[in-house]
Write a protein that binds this ligand. Structure first.
Ligand SMILES: [Zn+2]
Length: 55
């Protein structure tokens, strides 16, 4: 499963936000930086599904 991560560098505490869809992540990132002037970094993260991690 691929997660699209947005992380604001200026909100405290710094919390990475995982989105299931790239478009939603990009939408959040641009809305947040437009609204607050904050710097948001984006990245993707691939995680295996076949483990005991909680959903
Ligand atoms: Zn922020």
């Amino acid at each position: 499963m691929r997660y699209y991560i947005a992380q604001c560098q200026e909100c405290r505490p710094v919390l990475p936000l995982p989105f299931a869809e790239q478009g939603k992540r990009d939408g959040w990132a641009s809305t947040h930086s437009d609204f607050t002037g904050h710097a948001v970094t984006i990245r993707t993260e691939d995680r295996e599904e076949n483990n005991h991690a909680e959903h």
